[in-house]
Design a protein around this ligand. Structure first.
Ligand SMILES: Nc1ncnc2c1ncn2[C@@H]1O[C@H](COP(=O)(O)OP(=O)(O)OP(=O)(O)O)[C@@H](O)[C@H]1O
Length: 115
């Protein structure tokens, strides 16, 4: 029962992120597009594994970013240099994942799309 409740809270957290975060919607659209390309080009098992992990990495970073933003807004609604560092660093983590995902997309799909 406790496990089911924990699962429900986790899903509620993810749903909040999808509903409230513009960037999360962009990440999900990109994930859907890349999964469509994966199906179209019949990626190998390893390639699919890399793609799943990449998608999970970007989405996880965005979920953590949302959690941290909520916490900072609660603890420091007024401007504070440390609050800025926390938010900027969390946003930086999402950016790193997104750029890496572009690299993975390039490696997995670029040659196949040119053929
Ligand atoms: N309390 C604060 N103290 C200092 N700087 C802040 C504070 N809140 C926000 N900032 C600065 O403003 C930027 C934007 O913050 P905001 O809370 O609007 O997040 P965001 O990047 O717009 O996120 P999202 O669009 O995903 O909601 C932060 O990256 C940070 O530099």
């Amino acid at each position: 029962m406790q496990i089911i409740m924990a699962f429900r809270y986790a899903i509620a957290g993810i749903i909040y992120c999808v509903r409230s975060q513009r960037h999360m919607k962009v990440h999900l659209l990109a994930a859907l597009g890349s999964l469509g390309l994966a199906w179209r080009f019949e990626l190998s098992g390893i390639e699919l594994g890399v793609l799943f992990l990449t998608i999970a990495g970007v989405i996880t970073a965005e979920v953590f970013n949302t959690a941290l933003e909520a916490l900072v807004d609660k603890v420091s609604p007024e401007f504070h240099p440390l609050a800025k560092i926390a938010k900027d660093a969390a946003a930086g983590a999402v950016l790193i994942q997104a750029v890496a995902a572009l690299g993975v997309g390039y490696v997995l799909f670029w040659d196949k799309m040119l053929k």
